[in-house]
Design a protein around this ligand. Structure first.
Ligand code: C2O
Ligand code: CU
Length: 772
């Protein structure tokens, strides 16, 4: 609904602009009617235009009203403050100035017409006729009066002001300012004022010409054409510089340290929505900014937020590693290489793989184990890294090129060591050109089993082949009940389409009745909120984003919608009849489970949609909505037309900006942090914070009242407002970005920085590092 009302406003504003433009040009032409009769007719028509202008304005107002009645102010407030005056003031002028002028001119026209009729009457005697030719006749002076009124700027200008106001409102909708600060509004509003003044002066000179000559004659066409062209040229010339400046400032430097850019310290009371005073380059003291002298000087000069406090310890990302010594409990080797992989249908995919498999091999481990993963890049020219999506590892192991390491180029290796401290469903993927790498296959499932797993050694793997463990075994505990654990990794392969793992046909699996089954659903695709439905059995959503839910209730005929990068664990006990996991509400695509591996997909019934906000039962969480927060941040997601690295495009913005102008969130270790995410855009944005799990406090003002809902990849749909909380307990520099990786690659990315932590790495065309 948000998208509808927000979207309808655009055509309303555009229509307002077009109608007002026509009305303005008609208004200026009234005086050149040539005869009293024509002028009279044009005056009458101008009434119609005045009424017509009310329609789109009413439409825009209705849209705004719908937004205001259903959504919190963060979604419409700034728009209201800008658009209401820009639309309503000129309209008021039309009705308070132009319309009375129309009435006055109409009266003058009527009397002029009457006098004209009288003076040209055939029964007029010769004497009066002669007198009339010697002195200005009453008719002539009435005509002059009419011309004066029709040429008055008070009649014509409000229509032009309407057009300008609508144009400005449209501009602010297409290029929304990050805040209502004067820096952001000054230039467009000044342009409106200049244009209005110019129009006023030209209308005054028209009126003066009428006064001088006593007649209304338009200049010759060529003259009007020349002056029109001159105006266009002046407008283009004055727009050229701001456009060029925007282009220039969008160019990414060849080398950019991730510490550069504006910072938001989120201290309550000083926290700001967006980058208003931050975009100007303000750096908060207490935060060691980038390594340049200029910014250090700026930091020293800025108000000292922490002046009285001891400085945080100084660390670089490289020091924040996992355990460097000790034999790993489990080690894996992943080799990135190009390969042509055949799917179950026989279709071939020209892919980027780990160990030649699509998706990469499943990495399975137990909670608490020390893991060592050796990454080798054989021939991926773009470079590779490994990021453990959702697993909160130490910062140096996070695998983001240019932030926590350099990209691993062909022939190079990199070793990751960390303890897997959360049991759950995660995944790994390259975080070097991730938008391309993930699409082409550089990812796989990462499963952490609880220490005391009742999960059997034999795992059902959907659509994947074996594992790549090079050491360590999962001890075969004897489960009380036979159990099966099936990762369901969905992906759309280039040129082949949707598949579970590498299986792009209906997949069958035979599972004995009575088996406890855990399906680990993982959506890896950009742009897609993937839907899954388990048909034929009651089930529970046991975990979201790798965190178990408390007392999940039983669901049936319920559709699960999974955002890009998100995971749901679904558990059920296998009945003695077929059960079908449908993907995308389809009977052709999915996983058919039955005791004998036979059977057909059952028909898909009507489905309700799962909502985690009220699912399960509450349980004590370490913090909640009424905790005292050390930092509060607001993240406004929106879109605007503009330049990114020199390309003019639709930009997906965070707090009004795209990377690297997105303000970083600055925290100190131990802080309790609140983040409010507001999606004012037309698009879904699955927001992913590295290294932390956030607790959902509320959505659209409705408190989360089910099981604590911890997320690492949150589906923020248009019009959504989420309040989130997390503890800053994992020092480092952490990406916080949209997991629609194409959005991230287009700049929808920022980071969470810990005070005192710096990185020696950088991104940009002069480096090999391109994290998105
Ligand atoms: Cu799954 Cu920053 O990524
Ligand atoms: Cu996005």
């Amino acid at each position: 609904m948000y998208s509808l009302w927000s979207g309808l406003e655009l055509p309303a504003l555009a229509l307002q602009f077009i109608l007002a433009w026509i009305a303005a040009s008609k208004a200026t032409r009234i005086v050149y009617g040539g005869s009293t009769g024509v002028i009279r007719r044009r005056l009458a028509k101008q009434w119609g235009w005045s009424f017509l202008l009310l329609l789109p304005a009413a439409g825009a107002a209705a849209c705004m009203w719908m937004l205001m009645s259903a959504y919190p102010p963060a979604l419409w407030e700034e728009r209201l403050y800008l658009e209401a005056p820009l639309l309503l003031l000129p309209l008021a002028a039309v009705w308070l100035l132009s319309v009375p002028s129309l009435i006055g001119a109409g009266v003058a026209a009527r009397s002029a017409a009457k006098l004209e009729a009288k003076e040209s009457a055939p029964d007029m005697d010769a004497f009066t006729s002669v007198a009339a030719s010697e002195a200005p006749s009453a008719a002539a002076s009435a005509e002059l009066k009419l011309l004066r009124r029709a040429a008055s700027p008070w009649l014509t200008l409000p229509y032009a002001a309407s057009a300008l106001g609508a144009a400005a409102a449209l501009y602010f909708r297409i290029v929304p300012p990050a805040s209502l600060s004067w820096q952001e509004l000054a230039i467009p509003l000044a342009a409106v004022l200049v244009a209005l003044t110019a129009l006023w002066m030209s209308q005054r000179s028209r009126a003066a010409a009428v006064e001088r000559t006593g007649a209304a004659v338009r200049g010759p066409l060529w003259k009007r054409a020349v002056s029109g062209a001159a105006i266009l040229a002046a407008v283009a010339a004055s727009a050229a510089y701001p456009i060029y400046a925007a282009y220039q400032s969008s160019l990414l430097p060849g080398e950019l340290n991730m510490m550069a850019g504006p910072v938001d310290d989120g201290i309550p009371g000083t926290a700001v929505i967006g980058a208003n005073n931050l975009a100007a380059g303000t750096v908060q003291a207490g935060h060691l900014h980038s390594m340049t002298g200029a910014s250090l000087a700026a930091a020293a000069a800025a108000p000292a937020v922490y002046a009285a406090e001891p400085r945080a310890r100084q660390l670089t990302v490289d020091q924040l590693t996992g355990p460097q010594t000790g034999d790993p409990d489990r080690s894996f080797e992943l080799t990135a290489r190009r390969a042509v992989v055949t799917l179950s249908s026989g279709k071939q995919v020209d892919a980027w793989t780990f160990n030649g498999e699509l998706p990469g091999p499943e990495l399975r481990m137990k909670k608490g184990e020390l893991i060592e993963v050796t990454l080798r890049n054989e021939d991926i020219d773009a470079g590779v890294t490994l990021h453990w999506h959702g697993l909160d590892v130490p910062n140096a192991e996070d695998g983001v090129a240019g932030v926590t390491q350099n990209a691993v180029m062909p022939g190079e290796t990199h070793t990751y060591r960390f303890r897997a401290m959360q049991a759950g469903t995660f995944w790994y993927h390259s975080h070097q050109v991730s938008s391309e790498a993930v699409r082409k296959g550089l990812f796989g499932a990462l499963i952490v089993e609880p220490e005391t797993a009742d999960i059997p050694v034999t795992n059902g793997t959907a659509g994947t082949t074996g594992t790549v463990e090079t050491s360590g075994t999962i001890p075969a505990s004897a489960p009380a009940q036979p159990a099966m654990d099936i990762p369901v990794v969905t992906h759309v392969w280039d040129g082949a389409g949707l598949a579970i793992g590498s299986s792009d046909t209906l997949q069958r699996s035979s599972i004995p009745a009575g088996t406890k089954v855990r399906l680990r659903l993982l959506n890896t695709d950009d742009w897609a909120r993937r839907t899954y439905a388990l048909i034929g059995v009651p089930f529970q959503v046991a975990a979201i984003d790798g965190t178990d839910l408390h007392e999940p209730s039983i669901l049936q005929n319920t559709r699960l919608e999974l955002t890009t990068g998100g995971r749901y664990d679904v558990t059920f006990t296998m009945p003695d009849r077929p059960v079908f996991l449908s993907i995308g509400d389809s009977s052709d695509s999915g996983l058919l489970m039955s005791p004998d591996g036979q059977g057909n997909p059952p028909p898909i019934p009507a489905l309700a949609t799962f909502d985690p906000l009220h699912y399960g039962t509450p349980q004590a969480a370490p913090f909640g909505a009424d905790s005292r927060f050390d930092r509060e941040f607001t993240m406004v997601l929106d879109q605007k037309l503009g330049f990114y690295n020199g390309n003019f495009d639709l930009l997906y913005t965070m707090n009004g900006a795209v990377f690297p102008k997105t303000p970083s969130f600055l925290v100190r270790e131990g802080d309790l942090v609140k983040v409010t995410i507001v999606n004012r855009s037309f698009f879904d944005h699955p927001m992913h914070l590295h290294g932390h799990h956030v607790l959902v406090l509320s959505r659209n003002g409705v408190p989360a009242d089910g099981s604590p809902w911890w997320s690492d990849t949150l589906d923020v749909t248009p019009g959504d407002t989420f309040e989130l909380a997390f503890r800053a307990d994992n020092p480092g520099i952490w990406m916080d970005h949209c997991h629609n990786l194409q959005h991230a690659a287009a700049g929808m990315s920022m980071h969470l920085m810990y005070d005192g932590v710096t990185t020696p790495y950088s991104v940009g065309s002069a480096t090999t590092n391109h994290p998105e």
